[in-house]
Design a protein. Structure first.
Length: 165
């Protein structure tokens, strides 16, 4: 039995060596980010939302990535992204105890993008896409489908930039 503290037991400094190639899909996110948001209303109109921050880190012996997304007054949540070699994809668990909102998705590369699809706790179809990816920026689009994926409605977008320290 070890006497490691909780943060020491949770956090890792690098990806697990036995799956480093597969972990690269999200591994480029490791670090700190700032973001601007755009909110879409039910009629499709957009308005600027608050600015926020995101922090990504290796966890669970480097076999998963955990992040914290903070948009003041809107949400304060965390994602656990775990690569599952049985399905050659990522299992995504999102939790926002502030609202409360919970969701599960499967994440995969789709061309140059990363697309996560699944359901939220209201059993609605969700699709979250990382697009326009560069080493220091990305555009994130959150969509929901009222009809199990026939049509999609954008709810929110984030434009993230890496924080350089």
């Amino acid at each position: 039995m070890t006497s490691a503290s909780f943060p020491d037991a949770l956090h890792s400094q690098q990806p697990a060596p036995d799956r480093v190639e597969k972990l690269a899909l999200y591994g480029w996110l490791i670090g700190d980010w700032e973001m601007d948001s755009v909110v879409h209303d039910a009629d499709g109109n957009t308005q600027p939302g608050p600015s926020g921050e995101i922090h990504f880190g290796w966890v669970l012996e480097g076999r998963a990535i955990q992040d914290v997304w903070i948009l003041p007054g809107v949400f304060y949540g965390s994602t656990l992204r775990i690569y599952d070699p049985r399905i050659d994809a990522w299992r995504i668990l999102w939790s926002d105890p502030l609202r409360p909102y919970f969701g599960q998705q499967i994440g995969r590369a789709r061309g140059k993008d990363i697309v996560q699809e699944g359901t939220n706790d209201a059993n609605e179809s969700t699709r979250w896409t990382f697009t326009e990816i560069t080493p220091n920026s990305f555009h994130w689009i959150g969509e929901k489908s009222p009809d199990r994926g026939t049509t999609w409605k954008t709810e929110i977008e984030f434009f993230a930039r890496r924080v350089v320290k």
